[in-house]
Design a protein. Structure first.
Length: 687
């Protein structure tokens, strides 16, 4: 226990919003929110006459503290009052009220400010419930909602209650570094946009740049004259001209051949750079001179003045196969750009995508700067203006991706158009003889039959089903009379579900393991081969589906680790909110597939991590160099057990992984407690 005690000390406290709850059926209007009506911090908005319960496993007493209040508008305009109560359920089944507050509207004499609460949660607590009841009902507008502000469980014995600070997002300013050549093909843009574009380079805070302009057959004499003036007035601007338009790839190659910088940056003739863009690029290169490719976040600027930020994940090769997400600002080592042959004119419109696909075949030295350094104008003629602006750009993409995969993939793959233009579905086709052991924790014989029926409908036939059945059950019950019964065997073992899963997996002999830590059912066509297609890629450590709960809502679409505590992505959202393309994630939970050789090399699942063992497996796999992918068009419904919210286990996970530099796939601009890829309204905007 000594190591775990250290981990708990490192954790110190954990917000209640990081734990998984069991919701009252009436909680349709209750949810976690941020910055509601200007109230700072994260709050649980809870409707009257409802209860939210958090299962808990503690090894010592914890302190629960926070604030309670009414929504300001409700307090001002409503009437009556609410009672808010905190209750603990103990191991002997008894219930103990830990705290009660009364929240009164202004008309009832209530204060506008929040009420603090602090109470000790006993070590033998098995569940913590937050309840809101109507205390005083007044005709014509009784208050009916309460806010639990930043409720947090704190270990009072911890020496430091502060979580380790995340690494700084911003790079150290610099005025020295490599020469960066900005490549800008020009073809009759609106003159004001062209001027803003070029001025954004001239006004860079970083001095060591050159701008390589190539006028690709512009017909507007004012454009030609303005370009010539810029070149005459600024010695670090060069201008070349094509009398007739040769296309964007041809013009970019001409600029590339003219460039003399160690790195090139691509800038469209109607877009602009953030003033410090090249300074931050140079600082990142100075920190790691081995980098061959850098990309940043960006914002789309609309003609009505609206800005839409695009916050991207860290380098995600599998996501990149399905979407050209790196886009702007893209910076590349010039020698490598020349080595791969520059830009292919046959892919005009998606030439950047094809270029990067060829470039990453020769390097993995890629990094992401999670700041908005580029402004992409959306107007009628730009790709940012919508998929109808340049449809040929999207039509050409599958060919570029297919050519890339043919060169690098270990498995044949078909590239299909995805849910939206610009997104793609990569269908890997594992060999028919590739074997997979489906290992599932099953509690009831009917669940075994349901899973077997589902496997019998899968086109991939090289599978076996290993059922982890509970102690005291019989094999005859759990090995159903059904087609392919000979492929089914069961393993009886004692202990919790995780131990049963580990014991059953130890008997597997197939090349790949599909692990389900609770009874489940595949819901989408070819789900087994879709997951197996990713598992057979040697550089992938694990793949998983979007996991749905019994009500058809998302239980999790992968797991993020932005603060060293697992954050189940998109939990509680409708199934159609899942990502539209394969996504690299920090971890998976409930269901994952992995090669058996990797599983054995990593020592399998660590039972010390309890409910979080699959998450811990993924984190260890990533640390050893493997990638984790979510395959969102695969859906599996899991009939899961209530979460335990084991704080000892959470502390262990946090202690091991909180100092690993954050989660590269969950942009720091996203709120670290929401899990829905929403921008953190309390964070300072880069724009």
């Amino acid at each position: 226990m000594a190591g775990i005690t250290v981990a708990i000390t490192q954790l110190g406290s954990i917000p209640l919003s990081a734990l998984r709850e069991v919701l009252d059926d009436r909680l349709g209007s209750s949810h976690w929110t941020i910055g509601l009506e200007g109230i700072p911090g994260r709050a649980l908005l809870q409707a009257a006459d409802t209860q939210v319960t958090y299962p808990l496993t503690l090894d010592r007493p914890y302190t629960l503290s926070g604030h309670l209040q009414l929504i300001p508008n409700d307090w001002l305009k409503g009437s009556g009052s609410l009672n808010a109560q905190i209750e603990a359920q103990l191991q002997d089944g008894s219930h103990h009220t830990l705290h009660t507050s009364t929240l009164k509207a202004a008309a009832a004499g209530g204060p506008p400010d929040s009420l603090p609460f602090q109470t000790e949660v006993p070590a033998n607590t098995t569940a913590l419930s937050l309840t809101v009841h109507q205390a005083q009902i007044v005709d014509g507008g009784s208050v009916g909602r309460a806010l639990w502000l930043e409720p947090t469980l704190t270990d009072p014995t911890a020496s430091n209650h502060e979580a380790p600070a995340p690494p700084p997002v911003h790079t150290t300013p610099t005025t020295s570094g490599p020469l960066i050549s900005v490549l800008t093909p020009v073809h009759d843009p609106p003159l004001p946009m062209l001027e803003e574009c070029i001025d954004s380079v001239i006004n860079q805070s970083y001095p060591n740049w050159e701008l390589c302009l190539v006028d690709d057959g512009s017909k507007d004499p004012t454009i030609i004259e303005r370009l010539e003036t810029y070149a005459q007035e600024h010695p670090n601007i060069t201008l070349q001209r094509n009398e007739a338009a040769g296309g964007i790839s041809n013009a970019t190659n001409k600029a590339l051949n003219q460039a003399s910088g160690e790195y090139i940056a691509l800038l469209d003739h109607d877009d602009t750079l953030e003033r410090t863009a090249l300074e931050k690029i140079a600082a990142t290169i100075n920190h790691d001179p081995t980098l061959d490719m850098l990309y940043s976040d960006e914002a789309v600027l609309y003609e009505n003045g609206r800005q839409d930020p695009i916050h991207k994940p860290g380098w995600s090769p599998d996501h990149f196969h399905g979407a050209m997400y790196t886009c702007h600002l893209g910076v590349y080592r010039r020698a490598l750009a020349l080595e791969v042959g520059g830009f292919d004119t046959s892919f005009d419109g998606c030439q950047d995508y094809d270029f990067v696909l060829r470039l990453i075949e020769r390097t993995s030295q890629v990094t992401h700067i999670p700041e908005i350094l580029y402004y992409w104008r959306a107007h009628a003629a730009s790709t940012a203006g919508g998929e109808q602006a340049k449809p040929y750009a999207y039509v050409a993409q599958p060919e570029a991706i297919s050519a890339h995969l043919a060169r690098v993939s270990e498995t044949p793959a078909e590239v299909q158009f995805g849910k939206h233009m610009g997104l793609h579905r990569i269908v890997y086709q594992p060999a028919a003889e590739t074997s997979v052991s489906v290992v599932a924790v099953i509690d009831e014989p009917a669940q075994a039959l349901e899973l077997l029926d589902e496997l019998n409908r899968q086109p991939h036939r090289s599978w076996e089903l290993i059922i982890a059945r509970p102690e005291g059950s019989s094999a005859a019950e759990f090995e159903p009379e059904a087609p392919n019964r000979e492929r089914v065997r069961s393993v009886e073992s004692a202990g919790p579900a995780l131990q049963r899963l580990v014991d059953a997996a130890a008997t597997a002999e197939a090349e790949h393991l599909l692990l389900l830590d609770a009874p489940g059912q595949g819901l989408t066509q070819n789900w087994l081969s879709r997951l197996l297609g990713y598992s057979v890629q040697s550089d992938l450590a694990a793949a998983g589906p979007v996991v749905l709960d019994q009500n058809g809502r998302i239980a999790h679409a992968g797991v993020a680790m932005p603060e060293g505590v697992p954050l189940h992505l998109l939990r509680g959202h409708n199934a159609d909110a899942a990502p539209a393309a394969v996504f690299n994630v920090a971890a998976l939970d409930s269901v994952l597939i992995t090669s058996r050789s990797r599983y054995e090399d990593l020592g399998g699942l660590d039972t010390a991590h309890g409910d979080l063992a699959l998450i811990d497996y993924c984190l260890r796999a990533r640390a050893s160099g493997g990638r984790i992918v979510l395959v969102p068009d695969v859906r599996v419904r899991v009939y899961g057990r209530p979460p335990s919210n084991d704080l000892v286990t959470l502390a262990t996970i946090n202690g091991h992984w909180s100092e690993a530099g954050g989660d590269p796939y969950y942009n720091p601009a996203f709120d670290p407690q929401r899990g829905d890829f929403r921008f953190d309204a309390n964070a300072e905007s880069d724009a």
